[in-house]
Design a protein around this ligand. Structure first.
Ligand code: URA
Length: 479
């Protein structure tokens, strides 16, 4: 058994160099164990001669899916993740399509862990709470956070984009990230008592949370899955949860649409416009995860201000079918995933009936933020205008380049505008494949929410049948 010592828990370069050398020397996974730190002796090779050969090992060619998986998998806290990564790498030599075999136990274990890492990154973005301090250079915002996995380095660029005009630090048990207004740097693990404990912004968070808490929509289990208890201890607003839950019934009765308190000055500043550094031509996303994190920080148009979050496309890179909708709706905006609300259910049923696997398709929207206007407690959908569609086309165009689908199914006029670059006459142009000047193939059809809105049952039946026929054609054209 060879023990390979890596420099840190997320030492991807060290893992790559060691694994490359191990694989080139024909050392199977069963004979290797990766550890971190200095306590264990590094014995990559049995002798100095073998060790010197390691430096000459050429770079390996591996599928992009593996590279992307490894980059996230290493952030998982499971101690055997390095071994799993090496097992996958080893097997790829004889099974080049291994990463596509979702039922394979190693691939499935890796996918599950990558999902956990993504979730931990998502939670970190949602639950970091900065507290104000001052140092010799002036105002500085400091947060303490305990991520479920080692996602500090992964998420720090998000905070740098979001809070680009502030000086801040995020302290965690794994390390610390510091932003000085222009440069991101990382430091050693921190302790909670190094972060400020309470400040007046806390009261603001509590007021804000209490005012956005809607007792009529209380679903305790869902709330706990979105805001898991492990994060509560560092969230000022979490102290309110037990009481808010207990009094939800009473409050529902007494609730009249009371105006939310004005956001205080600090919060307004936190949300002040920032220059979008993710969506410029010199920051072209090189893969879908990079695109998703760019979309998250997008400021190309003002829609981000009123949306809960951006909703990026979802689905495998290399999907044969790309489905483009208009924009996320109320439920998509809250969950951060496309097509999960009523229109999404109509779409899923129709895809099923047409024999198209939704999970194998790439679903996205022309516009990535929810445009709406408040009406009492509801948020009413508003159609994005041509300027907003044009601003967001930057992302859609990159999604098209990265996914390279055989066919793009555009749902409705807004999707048609985004995909074709001109406003189409949907009912006239639907149902046939349109070639774009750059060689993409587009099939135009109606938006599923149009089917939901049709009051006349006979017309609805006819339109549903036409929609089904369009999807049949999509299936044939993506074969
Ligand atoms: N409608 C859309 O166009 N997209 C969604 O994601 C949801 C509803």
């Amino acid at each position: 058994m060879r023990a390979i010592t890596l420099n840190s828990e997320i030492d991807l370069d060290g893992w790559k160099a060691a694994s490359r050398a191990l694989r080139a020397s024909g050392i199977p996974p069963a004979e290797v164990r990766f550890v971190t730190g200095e306590a264990v002796q590094t014995t990559l090779f049995g002798s100095d001669d073998e060790a010197s050969e390691a430096g000459e090992v050429a770079a390996l060619v591996v599928p992009r899916a593996f590279v992307e998986t490894a980059a996230d998998l290493i952030l998982h806290r499971a101690p055997d993740r390095f071994d799993l990564m090496y097992r996958l790498l080893w097997r790829l030599r004889d099974e080049p399509d291994l990463m596509r075999v979702a039922s394979d136990p190693d691939v499935a274990a890796a996918a599950e862990r990558v999902k956990n890492v993504h979730r931990a990154a998502h939670k970190m973005k949602a639950f970091v709470r900065f507290r104000e301090t001052t140092d010799e250079a002036g105002e500085r915002w400091v947060a303490w956070f305990e991520p479920a996995h080692r996602v500090l380095e992964k998420t720090a660029p998000f905070f740098a984009r979001r809070f680009s005009t502030m000086r801040w630090s995020i302290l965690t048990p794994d390390g610390a990230a510091h932003w000085d207004g222009g440069r991101l740097s990382f430091g050693p693990p921190a302790r909670q008592d190094e972060a400020p404990q309470e400040d007046e912004v806390e009261d603001f968070w509590r007021t804000y949370y209490a005012s956005t808490f809607n007792p009529a929509r209380l679903r305790t289990r869902m709330m706990q899955s979105e805001m898991p208890k492990r994060y509560w201890k560092n969230l000022p607003e979490a102290s309110l949860i037990p009481e808010l839950v207990a009094s939800a019934g009473l409050r529902t009765e007494g609730m009249v649409s009371r105006a939310a308190p004005q956001p205080n000055e600090k919060f307004v500043r936190l949300r002040a416009p920032t220059v979008d550094r993710t969506a410029t031509d010199d920051m072209v996303p090189v893969n879908l995860p990079a695109l998703a994190s760019g979309v998250e920080g997008c400021r190309r148009c003002p829609l981000w201000r009123d949306a809960t979050q951006a909703v990026c496309g979802q689905g495998p890179a290399g999907a044969r079918l790309m489905i483009v909708g208009e924009q996320p709706g109320d439920q998509e905006d809250l969950a951060g995933r496309p097509f999960i609300g009523p229109a999404g259910r109509v779409l899923s049923d129709a895809l099923n009936a047409a024999g198209i696997d939704r999970a194998e398709s790439y679903l996205t929207n022309a516009v990535k933020h929810f445009k709406h206007e408040p009406r009492g407690k509801r948020r009413l959908h508003k159609t994005p205008n041509a300027g907003e569609v044009q601003a967001c086309r930057w992302w859609l165009d990159h999604e098209r380049k990265l996914v390279k689908p055989r066919l793009i199914l555009a749902l409705g006029a807004t999707a048609g505008l985004a995909v074709l670059g001109r406003k189409p006459a949907v009912q006239v142009e639907r149902g046939k494949v349109i070639e774009t000047p750059d060689g993409d193939r587009v099939l135009l059809t109606v938006h599923p929410s149009y089917l939901l809105r049709l009051p006349d049952p006979e017309l609805r039946r006819r339109e549903q049948a036409a929609f089904a026929a369009d999807l049949q054609l999509a299936r044939i054209e993506t074969r």
